[in-house]
Ligand binder design. Sequence first.
Ligand code: NOJ
Length: 556
Amino acid sequence: MRITDTSDLWWKSAVVYCLDVETFYDADGDGVGDLAGLAQRIDYLAELGINCLWLMPFYPSPDRDDGYDVTDFYGVDPRLGDHGRLVEVIRTAHDRGIRVIVDLLINHTSDAHPWFRSARESVDSPHRDYYVWRDTEPPDTSAEVVFPDQEDSIWEHDERTGQWYLHHFYRHQPDLNVGNPAVVDELMRVIGFWLELGVDGFRVDAVPFFVEDVETAESHLAGDPHQVLKELRAFLGRRRGDAVLLGEVNLPYEAQTTYFGGGDGDELQMMFDFVTMQASYLAMARGEAAPLAAALAGRPELHPRCQWATFLRNHDELTLDQLSEEERQEVFAAFGPEESMQVYDRGLKRRLPTMLGGDPRRVRLAYSLMFSLPGTPSIYYGEEIGMGEDLQAAGRMAVRTPMQWSRARNGGFSAAEPEQLIQRVVPDGYGPEHVNAADQRHDPDSLFSFIKALVAVRRSCPELGWGTFALIEQPHPSVLAHRCDLDEVSMVAVHNLGPDPVTLSLDVCRAGDGTEALDVLSHQLVAAGDECLELVLEGYGHRWLRLRPEGALDLP
Ligand code: NOJ
């Protein structure tokens, strides 16, 4: 690891914080969060210690998919502010050492986008080939739809021209034909535009779908559909060498490898690790480390410039689609047994603390585990204070409630009348009177303080982002023990997923070098010398021990 690499590849040791501007903080009191409000809350994010802010779509949109249906890739939704306000957010974030990445929608537009309006006018429209069409009646594609509650086909018949257009998501989100070089040019201009405005990279939405579309559209790239991603990445690199593409690719590891560009590492630099995320829930449901250990052992080796992004929750359903039916039912039974908690037959519409029965030991265990794994941790707003969900909200909206800043009316999110809010604040036992940032910020025992400590440790221990990972063998089924090694430092982390205490003896010290083990969460020196580490872990307990040569400065 060289210093130049750590700054160019900053995202390998970053902590990502995702938020939707419209539910974060409302500065003008109209009930909708805005960019002016976000600018005022950047210092809160700096206090938490995160150094990469991911902004969910803020573009003009009819808002039929919470902003993921865009009508202007260059615009800012006027409800949220304008380009000037956005630049203020970016500028303020940069000043506090926080990079900003934004959602990039390549797979589809809204059907109200001018390209699609033009495309559906006639088969001769200059934008017709911006989308994917077919002449003949499509086969049954009901198994391929992403939102089975709303759609039963990925093709929609268009009355005017008598053809069908492709839409992997809702029918009002026609898929772009990225096999068309004119579309790729358009997307490059979009990427170039936001880079010039100061963003540091992109969270790329729905990646496998648009790569697959290249084949469906029978473009000249069919047979080599990844070429599109390679071109976009190369363009990004030419414009800004340290910009990042963090992709949403919910596929098994083997398939994910190709989206990193395999051994060349020339496609996405980062991808969310859906496999480990889903295995974590199965492991927590069982109180056994085995499913998680198996997932981690199955992680493919990545190109040194690539990285996993680890996460426990995001703005979508907690998808369990990569588990077997039996495993999924186990997780449902443990964390979301009621129908109102489930969605699309594959996921849960809950946040983490409610799933874990509000048990602070289990909540902390889950975050400690996620932060200790190699990769770049990504958290979704409100996770740092343990927000719950609103199960009465439709589908995924359950976890998209306003940020709870204080005990004040509307959780301090907005001065508007409660009926005017973009979405109601969580109403019950997880409402602002119980869960809010103001109460937690100055409480050393709060979840906020705990997450803040994890962020700080994570950022100061590059072995987690850059080191080599290995599971450590030990006899307790409820325990996951692992280590990350980089040069002469190592992080050893142990997590007990079960309710009963365990005693562990770990042979991790290097013989003869007088290794010291520092507990980086309690700041205590726990052992020195060549002996095995003897540890007692409480039920749901966790420890992070940094091993270093005796007397070494505790810095990388
Ligand atoms: C993935 C996003 O995470 C989700 O919220 C959205 O509905 C789909 N892509 C379609 O854009």
